[in-house]
Ligand binder design. Sequence first.
Ligand SMILES: [Zn+2]
Ligand SMILES: [Zn+2]
Length: 395
Amino acid sequence: MSQTIIYNGNVYTEHGKIEQGYIHICDGKIKKVGQGDFVQQLDVNERQHVEMIDAKGHHILPGFIDIHIHGGYGEDAMDASFKGLQHLSQSLLSEGTTSFLATTMTQSTDNITKALSNIANYSQQQSTDDCAEIIGIHLEGPFISEHKVGAQHPQFVQRPSSEKIRNLQQTANGLIKIITFAPEVEGALDTLNDLKDEFIFSIGHTIATFDQTNEAVTNGAKHITHLYNAASPFLHREPGVFGAAWLSEQLNTELIVDGVHAHPAAVNIAYRLKGNKHFYLITDAMRAKGMPDGDYDLGGQNVIVKDNEARLADGTLAGSILTMNQGLHNLLNYTEAHLEELWRVTSLNQAIALNIDDSKGSIKENKDADLVIVNDQIDVITTIKNGKKHNYKPY
Ligand SMILES: [Zn+2]
Ligand SMILES: [Zn+2]
């Protein structure tokens, strides 16, 4: 039996912050969470068999769950490369991400199919303690609006149907969890009604009006994809997708909190209106994350990365190079909220949405020991994946 005790940290739980807290990990699971000097309770013999991690007063959070990420560290899920996914997954631990949804792009059905079967194949063989875990797929397109493609390829936009989605899901071996779609296009509402219990439908890359957005919610749509990007904006006589997103309690919203995709004040407005239970911090990162500035490919289009921004030649934003820990740091700066309420927008909300909160998403007995230790600047010091320690920064 492998045992680890992390002690002397601020432990963030569903019941609040535990100062001077400890976490006892057994065989990759959290066995006990408490306050005080747990080490003293062990006899000399026990201590020899337990790995001790002194958190030195830093913050201990649940491992981050990124539900919208295309790639990073030179890799992209659309490359359909086994080694590429492995490298991406391993690298993601450095930003505290312990689980993610590999996210595809609007591309030819052939390319999407290749990417999906590669993810399905990889996920069956993936390491659960040396790499962030692929817990599913976010299918971003091709069922979007050609009028709001953003950096998706307009040539490959398709109309949705249950049959098309079922075929893709079969290729993906059941891993597709979220589908970004435009609710106003032909066939969208029928498909939504048909499949709403099998997938999370996320409204994005859309010119839906306020009313059309709410109609989609009535029909079972649950999420907004990257709020403020590639959707109809707020106008005071036509509040659009943003207005519906702000007001509907049934809608949970993703946000790219890099300070480029949305103004800090716009992020703060969204946070005030959605609160910490209906907000998902995402990166929407592309392959240039963690890489030097330069030219990169995103779904068959050239992207220029410079000064923290990734853009197509015409200036369109093309994914981000954000890390989850930087996003959380930004969110702390952009809102008046403290870590005590903000931590859950990086983990627990996502776990609940994906229905995996029995094993992931918070620091609680019997859940997987997926944790991240961060300092006040939210730099990742150590990531614990399934009980295994990965150090990134000296204490
Ligand atoms: Zn997008
Ligand atoms: Zn995306």
